[in-house]
Every structure is written in C-alpha cells, then in structure tokens.
Design a protein around this ligand. Structure first.
Ligand code: C2E
Ligand code: MG
Ligand code: MG
Ligand code: MG
Length: 276
C-alpha cells in the first residue's frame, strides 16, 4: 500500500495511473495500425487575404479509428505519434496525400494561384533523407512544388541551426517554401529567425485570441507583423474567429488570415466549394 511504503516510493498501482497507461497503450496499438487500416484523412482549412479571397489552405490530419468511428483530435494523437516515431510514416502519408490533392487542383485550374500548407514535425524534418523523399514525392505526384508550403515549429531549430539552414536552402532550391508555425510560443529568438531562409511566419492563435481586448497581445501581434515584414516574411494569423480580430489584424497589415471566421477545416468535397 502506497501509504505504508513511505516517501520516495513510486506508486505503481495507483488505479488512475494504471488506467491512463492502459488507455495510452491501447491508443498506441490502434495508431500503429491506422495507416494500413486507412483510417487517416486530411481536412483543409482556407487561408484568405483581408478581402476574404482565397489564397490557399492548410492540410490538417484527422484520424477516425474504424472500431469506434469517432474522430480523435490531433492534440491527442500527434504527441503520441511523435513519441513513438509513428509520426514519420504518418507524415509521409500526409505529404503524399496533400501533394496528390494539390496536383488534382492544379490540373483542374492551372492558372489559379493557390498554396497548400502541410505540417511537418521536427522528428520528420530531421530524418536524414527527408528532402530526398520529399523530392521523390514531388516527382511521383507531378505537383508544382512552388505551391507547396511546409509548416515547421520552433522545435525544429532547437538542435543544429546550421543543419536546419542547409535543409531549408535545399527546399528552396526545389521550390518549396517554409513557414514558422505557432510563432511566439517556442524558443526561437529573433537572431535565429534572421538566419533562417523561410518565407512565412504564422502568429500563434494564443496572441490573436485577445488582440481586441488586451493591450499587450495587441502590441505583440503588431510587433510580430512589423518584424516579419522587415525580415521580408509573409505573416499569417491563425485562429481568427471574430470580425473584431480581423479588423485589428488588417490595421496591422497582416497578409494572410485563417480561422473559423472564414471557415473551419473540412473534408475535400466541402472545401472544393471554396475553389469553385
Ligand atoms: P496548427 O498547425 O497550429 O493548426 C491550427 C489548428 O488550429 C488546427 O487544429 C485548426 O483546426 C485550429 N483552428 C483553425 N481555426 C481556428 C479558430 O478560429 N479557432 C481555434 N481555436 N482553432 C482554430 P487541429 O486541426 O486540431 O490541429 C492541431 C495541431 O495538430 C496543429 O496545429 C498541428 O500542430 C498538429 N497537426 C495537425 N495536422 C498535422 C499533420 O498532418 N502533421 C503534423 N506533424 N502535425 C499536425
Ligand atoms: Mg500548422
Ligand atoms: Mg499553427
Ligand atoms: Mg497553433
């Protein structure tokens, strides 16, 4: 019994803990089979300019385990996929599916300017053959890579900035752009940002949320946009939910807007209404 076991004793048989461990093990087993069971799909969320005109979309992964039929939130399974390394094969499925979809859309309307953003986990980015495999996927799907954008988080640059810069240059050479996702929540400093050959930053929705009511958040957003522009970066705001937030962002000259105000992430068929 834990009480009599005294201090400094790990309580292995706490039933609540036990339950959590079991749930996680179950989820992990299910996740490891999800690819072959074809349980993943991509949702697409529009990105627009300040007039609300479509500029592109972000592809967002969804998992619907066949036994329950209930969608599991990425917040729940992405961290598990990252811990187990499953994020690497899953991530390639995401890239390939997104590229095939983008190619389809490019075939339908060759003159339409449209960017598709794909989230890449740090673990995947740091695979030694990442750029090569990406290039293979670009070739095999026939997609125009200049419409592809990789969203990386600040954790990507925690390790070896020289390595990251080299890979970003390679991506640029292929024509693929990159975006710093969730900007402001991680550890990357301004001196990092200055050295990284990226094209875009995405202001995290935690700063956008109170932009109309918090002088601090409003000042932060304004500063991020100004700084981004002075570094030659395009700036995206995520999590734009209200007209009030949109108006502030427009006043600060934000370039791209994404959030429920415009539309939620949705399946392909539904998203295609935006394209037509
Ligand atoms: P993220 O890349 O920052 O994606 C934006 C998240 O904000 C999405 O959550 C989106 O559904 C949500 N969102 C969009 N508009 C609004 C809004 O107006 N208000 C609020 N409150 N939220 C909004 P989602 O789809 O649940 O994805 C969560 C995170 O999971 C993503 O954050 C990303 O980090 C990760 N993720 C999603 N798909 C992938 C993927 O294919 N690969 C990897 N590695 N990570 C992914
Ligand atoms: Mg993202
Ligand atoms: Mg984001
Ligand atoms: Mg975010």
């Amino acid at each position: 019994e834990a009480k009599s076991a005294g201090r400094n004793t790990v309580r292995f048989f706490n039933p609540e803990m036990q339950h959590k461990v079991e749930q996680r093990a179950k989820l992990e087993t299910a996740l490891s089979k999800a690819l072959e069971q074809k349980e993943f799909l991509l949702y697409y969320q529009p990105q627009v300019n300040h007039h609300g005109e479509l500029l592109g979309a972000e592809a967002l992964l969804r998992w619907v385990p066949s036994d329950t039929g209930l969608m599991v939130s990425p917040a729940e399974f992405i961290p598990l996929a990252e811990d187990t390394g499953l994020i690497v094969p899953i991530g390639y499925w995401v890239i390939e599916t997104a590229c095939r979809q983008l190619h389809d859309w490019q075939q339908q309307s060759p003159d339409r300017l449209f960017n598709l953003a794909v989230n890449i986990s740090a673990r995947q980015f740091h695979q030694h053959d990442f750029v090569q495999r990406l290039q293979e996927i670009v070739h095999s799907t026939g997609v125009n890579p200049s419409s592809l954008k990789l969203e990386l988080t600040e954790t990507v640059v925690l390790d070896d900035i020289g390595y990251v810069i080299d890979r970003l240059h390679e991506l640029r050479t292929i024509g693929i752009g990159t975006s710093m996702d969730d900007f402001g929540t991680g550890y990357s400093s301004l001196s990092y940002l200055k050295r990284l050959p990226m094209e875009q930053i995405k202001i995290d929705n935690s700063f956008v949320r109170d932009i109309a009511h918090s002088a601090h958040d409003s000042a932060i957003v304004r500063a991020i946009i100004a700084m981004g522009h002075s570094l030659g970066l395009q700036v995206v705001a995520e999590g734009v939910e209200t007209e009030e937030q949109r108006a502030y962002l427009e006043k600060y000259q934000c370039d791209v807007y994404q959030g429920y105000l415009f539309d939620k992430p949705m399946p392909v068929k539904e998203f295609e209404k935006w394209l037509n």
